[in-house]
Design a protein around this ligand. Sequence first.
Ligand SMILES: Nc1ncnc2c1ncn2[C@@H]1O[C@H](COP(=O)(O)OP(=O)(O)OP(=O)(O)O)[C@@H](O)[C@H]1O
Length: 265
Amino acid sequence: MLEIKNITKVFHPGDINEKTALRDLSLHLAPGEVVAVIGSNGAGKTTLLNAIAGVFQIDEGQMLIEGQEVGRKPEHVRAAYIGRVFQDPNLGTAATMTIEENLVMALQRGKPLRLRRGTAKNKRELFRERLEPLGLGLENRLTSKVGLLSGGQRQALTVLMATIARPKLLLLDEHTAALDPKTAAVVLDLTTRIIADGNLTTLMVTHNMEQALTVGTRTIMMHEGRIILDISGPERARLEIPDLLKMFEQASGKALNTDRLLLAQ
Ligand SMILES: Nc1ncnc2c1ncn2[C@@H]1O[C@H](COP(=O)(O)OP(=O)(O)OP(=O)(O)O)[C@@H](O)[C@H]1O
């Protein structure tokens, strides 16, 4: 599904601030695979998601989605098949627009004008149908301004918006980290349900070690722009959080060092 071959990204090349954020990194994701990504501060996790989303051009390597080279396509073109959710609940939604207006925007993202049809009534039915299972009552608040929602409600809506147009790939960048533990658990639960319902191929960056071992079927550890460990199957199923931290330390030569490390939710 996603094939990343030997990608490299250097920021400020030739400058005193030169930084190699991705080093000859390769990664293959099977269709429907859900992968948690962990690593220390500055390991290159967000840079990897940015490279896939097309925020900048990579310096070397190739990226293919369903066999099609996307590495040189601009961000707005990739937005048609990539959904993304950031840590900050304010980033994925427009506060001054209603829930319904935000969802219409999300549904139309990346689609040519001629495919943007569908009556307002049909769309409203679809939105109610998708909002109801979230269990937050948002299906009855379609005309409320998004700015009035709580952080958790807003992030739940962002997850729905990122997935409503059925992206080929979902990128989650610590999307529960800014929420309180109870709300984070609710948003994570509805995220995993949406992923399972849509069989969405997903990369999820997290600093939460419990999430790293329980969400999806595979855990990737990054360090200094490389993938240093890639664990799945029975090996992953057997791991406890201290084992994971030890493996990271053995592979990188350093303790997992993050300002937001969470050992459990
Ligand atoms: N646009 C940029 N310009 C210059 N340097 C950058 C840019 N984006 C990232 N970097 C640098 O690249 C390295 C990797 O950063 P990145 O944000 O990908 O790390 P991360 O693993 O997501 O870290 P964190 O857990 O702290 O969010 C860091 O040294 C960072 O300072």
